[in-house]
Design a protein around this ligand. Structure first.
Ligand SMILES: [Zn+2]
Ligand SMILES: [Zn+2]
Length: 275
């Protein structure tokens, strides 16, 4: 999985020179992720209870309850910080401070991971400030460090998840919201989970964030000179979601990479007032 991410980030760098910088950073992290072998252990689940939960629209796990391998994630975070602080990044002192914070107190990284999984923005902001990093950077690194462990867990449970009939805008495995969406070669719409990367079918004319189906308040804008990308928005909840139309491309990258390679679309959507 991460080997493919590595290879694909190289390919996308050639195709999308504008996203080169962010893809280079990602490639360096993916190389470390590929080496990681997190513990794979199923959590005991009550089968009957799971059926009821699924029928009522609950994901298999909530983000906060994911039984992730925190030790593996903590080790990976330290590797990320070691690698990145050696580079020429303007925030390398912050990265070094974060590395020290992890070294000095093992609770630091587990606090970071639980802040990410609990969507606790205040704690994230405080932790980032304490090491003089952007909260966004710290969150991104923390989430990347959690990813091998979360994906190993996800793959254990995927056989019991029906991604074709799940009808909600949040992930059937971990309950997170989509970070990007796509249309497959036949025009079917899919959501891509922002945390575990699971992909599930979703109706074309529904907002995944508020379930709005009123076409008058749903819309999208295209991007000039960029066929195959668009931004869907909803005036009811004010949110947006990027979409890649795979029909336009011979080959697209994994959605994690497409998400990073289309940061200009996020800026455009923010400028239009969507969040
Ligand atoms: Zn998920
Ligand atoms: Zn909406």
């Amino acid at each position: 999985m991460f080997d493919e991410l590595l290879k694909e980030s190289e390919r996308l760098m050639e195709e999308r020179p504008l996203a080169r910088e962010v893809l280079t950073a990602f490639r360096d992290l993916a190389a470390l992720m590929a080496e990681e072998a997190p513990r794979k252990q199923k959590a005991p689940l009550d089968e009957r209870f799971q059926d009821i939960k699924r029928e009522e629209g609950f994901p298999l796990f909530s983000r906060a309850d994911l039984p992730v391998d925190m030790d593996s994630a903590a080790q990976l975070l330290e590797k990320f910080l070691t690698t990145l602080r050696r580079g020429e990044r303007p925030d390398k002192e912050g990265l070094a401070a974060a590395f020290l914070a992890c070294e000095e107190d093992k609770a630091w990284s587990s606090n970071l991971f639980s802040a990410i999984l609990n969507n606790d923005k205040d704690t994230l902001e405080d932790m980032a400030q304490s090491v003089n990093l952007e909260a966004q950077t710290l969150e991104f690194l923390g989430q990347m460090a959690l990813t091998p462990s979360i994906q190993a867990l996800r793959d254990l449970y995927v056989p019991r998840i029906d991604t074709d009939t799940w009808e909600y805008g949040y992930c059937p495995f971990c309950g997170s919201l989509p970070s990007i969406s796509f249309f497959d070669k036949t025009g079917k719409r899919y959501m891509h989970c922002g945390l575990c990367g699971l992909e599930w079918r979703f109706p074309r004319l529904t907002c995944p964030f508020c379930s709005n189906e009123d076409h008058k308040s749903l819309g999208y804008f295209d991007v000039e000179n960029q066929d195959g990308f668009r931004v869907d928005f909803c005036r009811q909840c004010g949110r947006y979601l990027k979409a890649v139309d795979k029909r336009v491309f011979e080959k697209t990258g994994p959605m994690e990479l497409e998400n990073l390679a289309t940061l200009h679309l996020d800026m455009l959507a923010n400028k239009e007032g969507f969040k």
